[in-house]
Design a protein around this ligand. Sequence first.
Ligand code: GRF
Length: 199
Amino acid sequence: MELKLGFLASHGGSNMQAIIDAYKKGETTAIPAVVISNNSKSFALQRAKDEGIPNFHISSASYPESDDLDNAIIEKMEEFGVNLIILAGYMKKIGIGILRKYKGKILNIHPALLPKFGGEGMYGMNVHRAVIEAKEKESGPTVHLVDEEYDNGRILNQMKIDVNENDTPESLAEKVLAVEHLIYIDTIKKIETGEIVLD
Ligand code: GRF
């Protein structure tokens, strides 16, 4: 299946960059087609510019009505032929319009082993702090489908790493992020080959 990826990102976009790099190296044929960010100052938009990938700042500042925001995002995804949406550190909840239009075609990566340590408020360092406080022996990223609830959709792929006694939330975040880059690409490749079948 030929994949055309539409990224939604709010901040650094290192996961997005890893996927773009994999495409450039020929590790995947999934085409990074468009990048949309709600944050005009996000490094993700800068990365897209540097890579010559069409990029747009679309946010609730210009589209206060959620339907209008969804439609503006859908319009861009359609314009660039996107058939798989990749959330790459997108800090906004996905609107119902986008969920309906791209049902089963929206992926997210979460920096813990779902269904543990997910849900509202579980993002960024909060996740790693909670993992350490719970004295977990393992952590690692989860790639999952996106539905109406935070971190709730079908789990597609996970990768485990050890949590050491001397890990801090920061050291754990760094270790998990490095593995995120691998597992996001691995998941996309498995969708391409049909090893992972989307709904
Ligand atoms: C990652 O930790 C990911 O798990 C979470 O947001 C972060 C995005 O990092 N959803 P980056 O923008 O890809 O560097």
